[in-house]
Design a protein around this ligand. Structure first.
Ligand code: FES
Length: 224
């Protein structure tokens, strides 16, 4: 093989190995074409500010929703359990008129309100008497010892005197104003709030009970 022939073959091989400028242009054009035809989206990272505000919004929405739900639940609970128009024991119980209770007379029993009501006379100075109370006093029927119903016993004699409250269970004995004078009860009979309007109508608030004490006589209410 001559030198001239070898040179021609080397030039041909070089042309085949290296792409021409025309090839490079064609390849670049093809890449652009494919990108446009297949619609490859460009990926852009969201701005940091927008991302933070979105998170804050989601968090605020969550807590607001939770708060509204809790408030609604509490409202429903209160609405369900709030006492309305309580009648009978636990609420206001009508107890007649002042004129139906003679001063110093026998206590009257009210089964609806579970109380005894008397118009006490401060002049009834006997042992089982008023203890100086002047006016209306309501005593809860429940014995402070173990809860038996305490009756008024006008004929029951104790220490030479007639007319006492006397518990049938263990014998606790109380004066007309409910002061304990005998028995295992730990205190005097409990009292209920008495209200008397301008027309002489008596209402006993059976939900407002005060533990009995030696000051029971001072809790009596005089009509206006
Ligand atoms: S329950 Fe009344 S004295 Fe025991």
């Amino acid at each position: 093989m001559t030198n001239e022939t070898q040179t021609r073959d080397a030039a041909a091989a070089a042309r085949e190995a290296a792409p021409t400028d025309a090839w490079r242009a064609a390849i670049a054009s093809r890449k652009l074409q494919v990108g446009r035809e297949e619609g490859i989206p460009s990926v852009q990272a969201p701005p940091i500010e927008a991302d933070l505000s979105r998170r804050r919004f989601i968090r605020a929405s969550f807590w607001t929703g939770l708060g509204v739900t809790l408030l609604g639940s509490v409202g429903l609970f209160l609405d369900f359990f709030y006492p309305r128009n309580v009648k009978g024991f636990g609420g206001p119980v009508p107890a007649g008129r002042v004129s139906e209770y003679p001063k110093g007379g026998e206590p009257r029993y009210n089964s609806e309100g579970q109380f005894w009501l008397a118009n006490l006379d401060p002049g009834e100075t006997r042992g089982g008497g008023s203890g100086g109370a002047d006016g209306f006093l309501a005593l809860w029927q429940k014995c402070p010892h173990l809860g038996c119903v305490v009756p008024w016993r006008g004929e029951f004699a104790f220490e030479g005197d007639k007319g006492w409250y006397r518990c049938p269970c263990h014998g606790s004995t109380y004066t007309k104003s409910g002061i304990r004078v005998f028995g295992p009860a730990p205190r005097s009979m409990d009292t209920m709030k008495v209200e008397i309007d301008g027309s002489g109508n008596i209402t006993v608030q059976t939900g407002q009970i005060t533990p009995g004490g030696t000051d029971n006589p001072r809790r009596a209410i005089k009509p206006a």
